[in-house]
Design a protein around this ligand. Structure first.
Ligand code: SME
Length: 164
């Protein structure tokens, strides 16, 4: 049962520490993957007010838009295209400090300036989805975001097989 989130002022690291257990609570007992991904994106959006946050799921041989918060976005991304495609292909987190300097960046919104994309994988190392976060500020993402968001990715990976 969802309740209001408790949000704090503070550094990004403090905000990640604050929101992670609340996201765990939101997921507890719910097995619908879209419901859970929707609540994760909403909780992160409420905490950080990112410009855009959402998921692209591996589906039908491409990355297909899933639950998100922010402006409307591209619905389908080929595996080899854009920052999301790079994270899919390498199966590694990528931080792009300036999207204009990333060859092949897909500009879903012209206001996007920097970006972080993290893949979630199954036990065989195959990418299941990517978490994509865009900022309207240059150089907005650091190792702090990578560490905080990788804990969310761990939650998704550990629960995925129980989700329908
Ligand atoms: N910029 C991404 C596309 C997705 S949108 O930012 C929501 C990319 O280059 O993969």
């Amino acid at each position: 049962m969802a309740e209001d989130l408790v949000l704090i002022e503070g550094s990004r690291a403090e905000k990640y520490a604050n929101i992670l257990p609340q996201i765990e609570n939101l997921l507890a007992g719910e097995t619908d993957k879209y419901a859970n991904l929707a609540n994760i994106s909403a909780a992160l959006f409420q905490s950080f007010r990112f410009f855009w946050i959402g998921f692209y799921l591996v589906k039908e041989g491409q990355l297909v838009l899933g639950p998100f918060q922010g402006p409307v976005a591209c619905t389908r991304i080929p595996f080899h295209k854009g920052v999301c495609g790079y994270a899919y292909t390498t199966a590694e987190t990528i931080i792009v400090p300036n999207v204009d300097e990333f060859p092949g960046h897909i500009a879903c919104a012209s206001a996007s300036r920097s970006e972080i994309v993290l893949p979630a994988k199954n036990n065989n190392g195959e990418v299941l989805l990517v978490l994509d976060i865009d900022s309207d500020q240059l150089n907005d993402f650091s190792e702090v975001d990578k560490e905080g968001l990788e804990k969310i990715i761990d939650l998704i990976e550990n629960n995925w097989n129980n989700w329908i």
